[in-house]
Design a protein around this ligand. Structure first.
Ligand code: HSE
Length: 432
């Protein structure tokens, strides 16, 4: 099938759910890959922590527990890193780059923490560093940002980039269950890990938000620049209230630019209208909604995790790098020329839905409205339902600076007429 003259040799770091699918596909489809890339792609070594683990379709003779022997092997041209974690992945990749090897990584946390160091090293050594699998699994989103719409001005990226939390929120929406019940179901079905912290606290989404923002705005974005709130406080009542107003709650990663050319990057549970395209993304699926000046609205949808879907993105990167090597030259490095400033978090414009229990007596609404007015926050809608001497009051605000909204909530919580602030959830989705 192929008359590939060149041979490129591959080393892998890690061989779990994703890595074993990469190996399977590399071995099964080698003829197609040679024809598509112009080079015979030969897998030479796979470093793992425990060689005794049974890995189907992974040739035992390729396995080693000596990761240094992979990154230091002069015969290896390309390293695929699917081991995860910050260390030793960072040190191993820096060493591989120093040894002139191109890199493919699915490691979002590593890129969000240490991307600058890795990109600088790759640039200095003239090697490729590709990472399509790090955000949205199989979904092509990084290459479109880096290539297809790089001639446009992106002004907002909003993504459902964590399948575990989207599965949990979808379950809560469909069955009315509380968070803990939906989490347990996600764990029983293998969608959530035994320790789900990185997913449910939003850390995984924050790493992906940093990567998306960096590409969208040509600016270095570290995970420390991302404000992050997870979904652990979302209750069945919050979901029901969202449903009543024809909205749905999603954990969104949002990166946007304001009128002053400053960017903000954040992850939080968000109310969006059921008419918004992201509202239709259910279960463990991911989607990224991009708004750009000339292109308008775009949406990228698909499987954000899992062995074969993530392997698909890795193999796409592998063929792209192999093509660069067979034709000469490198792919794109980091684009950070814009060096945009980050907006003051208190100045970021957003809308809140505030749900509170209040005393049901004359003057309460007026007192609460006064708190909003004195913080210059405009109210869009108010809904009240009473029970006994209490009432549930749900206020949706117009857009206001985050700092003013936070000050409003703090004052409400202290007010004599308010028994408790039950929840505060941001609202998004109005497009330009
Ligand atoms: N744990 C992630 C998710 C997949 O639930 O989407 C890996 O980033």
């Amino acid at each position: 099938m192929s008359d590939a003259k060149k041979e490129l040799t591959i080393g892998m770091l890690g061989c779990g759910v994703v890595g074993s699918q990469v190996v399977r596909l590399l071995l099964e489809d080698s003829g197609d890959f040679a024809a598509r890339s112009g080079a015979k792609l030969t897998l030479k070594k796979i470093a793992v922590r425990d060689a005794k683990v049974k890995r189907e379709k992974v040739p035992a003779n390729l396995i080693t527990t000596d990761a240094d022997s992979v990154v230091d092997d002069p015969a290896i041209d390309i390293i695929i890193e699917v081991m995860g974690g910050l260390e030793p992945a960072r040190k191993l990749l820096l060493r591989a780059i120093g040894n002139g090897k191109s890199i493919i990584t699915a490691n979002k946390a590593l890129l969000a923490h240490h991307g600058a160091e890795l990109f600088e090293a790759a640039d200095k050594n003239g090697v490729d560093l590709y990472y399509e699998a790090a955000v949205g699994g199989a979904i092509p989103i990084l290459r479109p940002l880096r290539e297809s719409i790089v001639g446009d001005h992106v002004y907002r990226v909003m993504g459902i980039v964590n399948g575990t939390t989207n599965f949990i929120l979808t379950k809560m929406d469909e069955s009315g269950s509380e968070f803990a019940v939906a989490l347990k179901e996600a764990q029983d079905l293998g969608f959530a890990e035994a320790d789900p912290t990185a997913d449910i606290e939003g850390h995984d989404a924050a790493a992906k938000a940093a990567i998306l923002a960096g590409l969208a705005f040509h600016t270095r974005v570290n995970i420390k620049d991302v404000s992050c709130e997870g979904i652990t406080r979302i209750s069945a009542r919050d979901i029901a209230v969202a449903r009543d107003i024809d909205h749905v709650i999603k954990l969104l990663a949002i990166a946007e630019i304001n009128g002053k050319g400053e960017i903000s990057v954040r992850v939080h549970p968000t109310l969006i209208s059921r008419q918004h395209p992201l509202a239709a993304v259910r279960g463990s699926f991911n989607a990224i909604f991009v708004e750009a000046e000339s292109a308008g609205e775009l949406m990228f949808y698909g499987r954000g995790a899992g062995g074969a879907p993530t392997a698909s993105a890795i193999l796409g990167d592998l063929i792209a790098i192999a093509r660069n090597k067979t034709r000469g030259g490198e792919g794109h490095g980091e684009s950070d020329y814009a060096e945009l400033r980050f907006a003051d978090r208190g100045q970021v414009l957003t809308r809140y839905l505030i749900r509170m229990d209040v005393a049901d007596k004359p003057g309460v609404l007026a007192a609460i409205a006064q708190i909003f007015a004195s913080n210059s926050v405009s109210i869009e809608t108010v809904r009240q339902s009473g029970h006994d001497a209490s009432a549930e009051l749900i206020v949706m605000t117009h857009q206001a600076p985050e700092g003013s909204l936070a000050a409003t909530v703090a004052a409400i919580a202290k007010s004599d007429v308010v028994k408790s602030v039950e929840s505060v959830i941001r609202v998004e989705g109005a497009t330009r």
